[in-house]
Design a protein. Sequence first.
Length: 428
Amino acid sequence: MKVWILNGNVWNDRRQALEPKHVRVDGEIIAEIRDASEGLPDTAGHEVVDAAGRLLSAGFIDMHVHLREPGYEHKETIATGTASAARGGFTTIACMPNTKPPTDTPERVRYVLDKAKEAGPVRVLPYAAITKSQLGRELTDFAALKEAGAIGFTDDGVGVQNAKMMKDAMALAASLGLPIVAHCEEDTLLEGAAFSEGEFVKRHGLKGIPNESESIHVGRDTLLAEATGVHYHVCHVSTEQSVRLIRLAKQHGVRVTAEVCPHHLLLSDEDIPGLDANWKMNPPLRSPRDVKAVIEGLEDGTIDIIVTDHAPHSEEEKARGVDKAPFGIVGFETAFPLLYTKFVATGRWSLGFLLERMTRKPADVFGLGLGRLEPGQPADLTIVDLEKEAEVDPAKFLTKGRNTPFAGWKLKGWPVWTMAAGRVAWSE
Ligand SMILES: [Zn+2]
């Protein structure tokens, strides 16, 4: 496909401003970028996309998502998940292995890659499990999983409980040059709770999940990462203590990176309106003090990137009551508008700050060679209408999941067009 995208507003980091550009796509590659001040190019033989008045960015990258296939197709399929991602402006997503069966063999890595190819142009990067069946008892065949296309190892959904198992996993991953991506959770401290220890559970007479159930693993694992030299990436950081431990590890030269989700930047347990499972996710919404800490951690570089932890469930599953309902909320279709509206439009962050944490930084943290709007780069592009205002309406989501605490929020900055590898992945 040969395309001219005309008059898109591209963020210039040096000038800290948007500048109108014409971008030419040839096949899968960004072929050329011109200043709009040079006038309109000759578009003969090209499709033309008018991006005037809109943001044109490198496609968003989400390094933590759940596509649910195989095994939970009633929650999501790779086809519906990638469609939802494209609508949210994402052109690359990395999917977690906690499917049924889990992605713990080379065949299952290839299954995800094949299904993703069938589904469309959004890049799907599979993680493989650290332990067989994610049971924490025996390591998977890391070398064979890498060979099949796994980009890293994680038991996301559960923590690796055994320190020796985690240390062996890190040493092996380090020898293969791939990261260990950790869902940090100490099972013995969970109390079987649905929400975090804090004001909300006190009010409802419930047990709470304490902060240290997450942070104790961050502490343990940053020490193991120091000992093994692995690239250790912390999933969905949610506590003040985790931020403090990651900051300390970075100061000591440990190869640690970290991610945070929009909901942990925007909501605390005190925002939970009642016993509604659409507010139940793992890690849970923590205290306002924790929210402040993860925001500051992102701002000072302790936390590197933003991910959604997109985790669709059926309405029936979420209606089982807060004790029995599964953890998780959807994220693709609300991530950018939420963060743009609450952090950029309010003046706290520059647009460039947000874009960097959703494009260039995730690409660089994981060595993907993506995330830049430059000639010669893959044509992964997103157009966003920064002025468009709309309410979050779960009934209109492309994901099968309707499980979001953000229903009814009035937000600005909606993606309207997405291209991945030179092919249109979604258009309003
Ligand atoms: Zn997780």
